[in-house]
Design a protein around this ligand. Sequence first.
Ligand code: 9G3
Length: 568
Amino acid sequence: MKASQLFFPTLRELPSEAEIISHQLLLRAGYMRKTGAGIYSYLPLAVRVLKKIEAIVREEMDKADGQEILMPIIQPRELWEKSGRWSVYGDEMFRLLDRHNRGFALGPTHEEIITTLVDADVQSYRDLPLMLYQIQNKYRDEIRPRFGLMRGREFIMKDLYSFDLDDAGLDVAYKKMYSAYRAIFTRLGLDFRVVEADSGAIGGNESHEFVVLAESGESVIVYCDQCDYAANIEKAECILPENSEPPQPLREMEKISTPGIRTIQELVESLGHPAHEQAKTLMYMADGELIAAILRGDRELNEIKLKNALQVNELFMADETTVREQCGAGFGSLGPVGLNLKIYADPEITRLQNFSAGANQDDYHILNINLGRDFVPEKIIDIRNAQAGDFCPHCGGTLQSTRGIEAGHIFKLGTKYSDAMDATYRDQNGQDQPIVMGCYGIGISRTMAAAVEQKNDNDGIVWPLPIAPYQLIIVPVNSKKEEQMQAAERLYREFASRGVEVILDDRDERAGVKFKDADLIGIPVRITIGPKSLQENQVEVKKRWEKENILLTMEQVVDYVLEILNRA
Ligand code: 9G3
């Protein structure tokens, strides 16, 4: 491709609305443009990257016995009513009506459609197992679309669904997908971790996330420094270590005036009480009932763990008016003593002695609170996020923490959807049995953004070779010089004939501009042809991920570059 013909409108200015690197770079480097909130048009360079990611995903899905299909984006409301999920996903679902006033959704995912599809044509145990997948646009009306492709309202997903006779079959399918996903992210050239994840919301019992490591990522994960345990912090089980604290004498509770003090940190500063000797009290509406969750002042509550432990359908933070009505104080002055509500306490609370918390009266706190004597929890449950420094639940090692982007997620669904949609097969004894399902997703467009998020430097994108839009760019320093252009064209044809995806920067631009653009769009290898190339038969080769360039003769350069591109 000649750069003069290629549509890659680069921007000199930093796009102001872009909060993270991948969003900035994909706009600046001319990969995409915003069409609406959370909705993007992909330009030629992006389409090439997306196709490469898709090709790797397809190959691995096919190798793992997946068969590609294509289901409709427009999904009849009745199917979602049958699964009971039409009313579960409120405003997040894009809904529409046809001319007859019949309801539809723009597909946010395809469990309902595929379960119906498979049910209609799978009759006997002989028809299973089956793995079907597609690569397609998905639609979710995010409250706050942001971070470019990370949280768009339209995105490209690979979704595969497995159908098996029983749990043993599902196990086999799950392991196949687990291995295929490892192979995919390895082939993409990305640094990633596989972590145990929560599957609660979609109703299964085993789940793993494939997290592309990046500082800006929304997923926080912990991993053990001694064994291969890794989990996201919502899932990671928190282990209470051996009790090494000597028992203190229980002191009398003391109510003290704390005007204006509303946060753990303010109490630390005014009383000198460290956060880990205070309790944090948070109020939730759990299926309509106000409850209190308490945990150590230096910990974060994990709503997923709380929801799973309470076994409720709906859980959200109570509003301050409700809290004040029932507890007598606003946020910031709450505590477990004298509360007329069910209290769920984190196990660490059982270790606190003479701790402090709000008095359920504005501007007052209580010192020297002790569990058992001063309040009795309904239940002690693990409700905090794991964090670095915690003990590994598998081996007792120490957990480390890092951030990343969830690019893939696999779930064992069991019979949740087949029960709801009545998808059965006839077993060897002529009995109807529910089909056992799994579902497995990779965010294709999100993976492109995650790659940029992980692989970039001050000059722009640094694509891993397997997904770069072009592998090589040839830059004649001065396109007006006949000899330089001729030499460049000769190399260009040579590489193209060897199957290399190559750009020739034939634009009438200063060399500096061409170099900046080549770096910005992230082409892995650059060959520069200048006056020296012709006088001394020397061309310059530079790898995008290295600082130094090397000089080679015209004769050497072809083999050398083919070698770098793994095409020798
Ligand atoms: C919806 C809406 C949003 C959703 C869902 C449904 C997330 C929904 C979970 C999944 C699970 C798997 C297939 C591939 C692998 C992941 N957000 N989920 O079901 F109606 Cl509006 O999508 N789906």
